[in-house]
Ligand binder design. Structure first.
Ligand code: ZN
Ligand code: ZN
Length: 256
């Protein structure tokens, strides 16, 4: 049985190692290769069957992947090994934004190390509608979405907003579910992490780090687009203002 193809999160961890090694490959026998092999074998991505395959993310396959990533870097002087499209995309991401990618790798490692990330079930929207994974990877998207859906955290945030007398409405576009859907929409709002885990690190969430959003603005904050994997509510608001969407009268049907 063949090992399953490398997924984005796995490549992210391998590429982080290559970057920290000065864009050089790591050989078998290197302690860091052993550790990455163990970590990859424990990720909740491929199910238990993969772990039964002896070569699945073995030290040999991990070392080979670091060679592919290192030799396909545009600045590598020698001959490149054969690699896939995802490998090349990963090299480009790390070249464009090494800090955020290294932070993402650290956050995944921390989540696996603490056991927290292993317990979270797959979330329905951790993969985008076109099948693509967020730039920070599937596991961090999963973790962020699970935190946002944590009923206790939601309750605390909503109670806090109520206590200070603010309406439960979208912080970006002011949409208020109750005003549009009556008692059906009363109390409905989505809770969003202003900074996702790959940017904030896996610290405990504070209420100030959560924003209230309507479903449309929430999706637009998470949507990967044009090399960006997310945007804060303030960034989304600025984008809408640029586009003129906030200056037009809202929620009226255009007569056409
Ligand atoms: Zn909104
Ligand atoms: Zn969100």
């Amino acid at each position: 049985m063949r090992s399953p193809a490398w997924m984005w999160d796995e490549l992210l961890l391998a590429c982080a190692l290559v970057v920290e090694n000065g864009w050089r490959e790591l050989r078998e026998g290197d302690r860091r290769v052993d550790e990455l092999s163990d970590l990859l074998r424990s990720l909740p991505l491929h199910g238990d069957t993969a772990r039964g395959i002896p070569k699945f993310r073995s030290t040999g396959s991990v070392s080979r992947k670091t060679t592919d990533l290192a030799t396909n870097h545009p600045a590598y002087p020698g001959k490149a090994t054969r690699c896939g499209r995802l490998d090349r995309e990963m090299i480009a991401r790390f070249t464009a934004d090494p800090d955020i990618m290294l932070k993402a790798a650290r956050a995944i490692e921390a989540g696996i190390g603490s056991g927290e990330l292993v317990q979270i079930p797959e979330q329905p929207d951790e993969v985008a509608e076109d099948g693509a994974t967020a730039l920070e990877g599937r596991l961090l998207a999963r973790w962020t979405l699970a935190r946002e859906r944590d009923p206790k955290l939601r309750r605390r945030k909503i109670d806090r907003v109520r206590r200070i007398g603010q309406p439960l409405q979208c912080e970006v576009c002011d949409f208020h579910f109750g005003r549009f859907y009556g008692d059906l929409g009363e109390d409905y709002i989505e809770v969003h992490h202003v900074l996702p885990l790959h940017a904030s690190g896996p610290r405990e969430t504070k209420l100030e780090e959560l924003a209230l959003l309507c479903s449309n603005c929430h999706r637009m904050c998470h949507r990967s687009h044009a090399g960006e994997s997310w945007r804060t509510p303030a960034m989304l608001r600025a984008k809408m203002a640029d586009y003129g969407a906030l200056s037009r009268p809202r929620y009226t049907d255009d007569a056409c």
